[in-house]
Design a protein around this ligand. Structure first.
Ligand code: ADP
Ligand code: MG
Length: 266
């Protein structure tokens, strides 16, 4: 595996959108794998009680002895809950069903919005990229994710009314920036499930670019059956079928992301 030429300071990227089924988990798994494949040390934190990122990375419920829930309650440190995956350079803090309870239990705790941030402060020392797979809501878990993050990445499905939910999310990001995490940046919007045979995909993509301009990644993730098959094998699409257009798109997204950091550093 090639050594990356530049070591970046650790970046915590929350992948968020309160809508379900837009490609958050898919983006977390495959962007993480693409970054790991070029030699970066990556940690995925599964922050969704459904645990789809854990399953998709090959860790079924029965193999999740430790989870992010125990980190939020203070029972375990982040490093104690971290496990290796089959993907070299890629580690995971899995989620279990009891994470559902955290939404409620965190409502009246001390530093309730900063639990994850505090846990990250003390752990993951060798990690360069932390990717957070947020649940499909703007509740306490997503708020914890956004408070812990340096930046947020928003997958947006190319469908009717895509922009409507987005304004709500951007509003939440703004509120968190004002009150809890002043340096939270919007890294970008990633258009997902783009179907070139469907005219609507094209129209939505143009509309989003017209409204959000430079915040939208040039890379577009196509609708690709290999992407949807891969999780049932417990594999990122890059391991399942690296030649597929889906795998290539996520490699391209990783390159574009790293390119954006490179420009900032220069
Ligand atoms: P979210 O985490 O936002 O709920 P997922 O990443 O789980 O969304 O995606 C929802 C469903 O769509 C999953 O079954 C996933 O496999 C499928 N999917 C996601 N991205 C693509 C894509 N580019 N092409 C085909 N299927 C996709
Ligand atoms: Mg998901």
């Amino acid at each position: 595996m090639a050594e990356p030429s530049i070591r970046y300071p650790r970046r915590v990227i929350a992948v968020a959108n309160q809508k379900g089924g837009v490609g958050k988990t898919t983006t977390v798994i495959n962007l993480a794998t693409a970054l790991a494949a070029v030699g970066h040390q990556v940690l995925v934190i599964d922050f969704d009680p459904q645990g789809n990122a854990s399953t998709g990375l090959g860790v079924p419920p029965a193999e999740r002895q430790r989870s992010i829930y125990q980190v939020l309650t203070g029972e375990l440190s982040l490093d104690e809950a971290t496990m290796a995956t089959q993907v070299p350079n890629l580690q995971l803090v899995p989620a279990t069903r009891d994470l559902v309870g955290a939404e409620v239990e965190l409502m009246d705790g001390e530093r309730r919005e900063a639990r994850l941030r505090d846990a990250l402060f003390e752990g993951a020392a060798d990690i360069e990229f932390v990717l957070l797979d947020c649940p499909p809501s703007l509740g306490m878990l997503t708020v914890n994710g956004l408070v812990a993050a340096d930046e947020v990445l928003v997958p947006l499905q190319c469908e009717f009314l895509a922009l409507e939910g987005l304004s709500h999310l951007l509003h939440t990001v703004e509120r968190i920036r004002r009150n809890l995490n002043p340096h939270l940046a919007i890294r970008g919007i990633v258009l997902t499930m783009f179907d070139k045979r469907n005219n609507l995909s094209e129209v939505v993509a143009e509309d989003v670019r017209a409204n959000l301009g430079g915040r939208v990644f040039d890379t577009v993730i196509p609708r690709n059956v290999r992407i949807s098959e891969a999780p049932s094998h417990g594999l990122p699409v890059l391991l399942y079928d690296w030649r597929s257009t889906g795998a290539q798109a996520y490699m391209q997204l990783a390159r574009e992301l790293l390119g954006r950091y490179g420009k900032e550093a220069a």
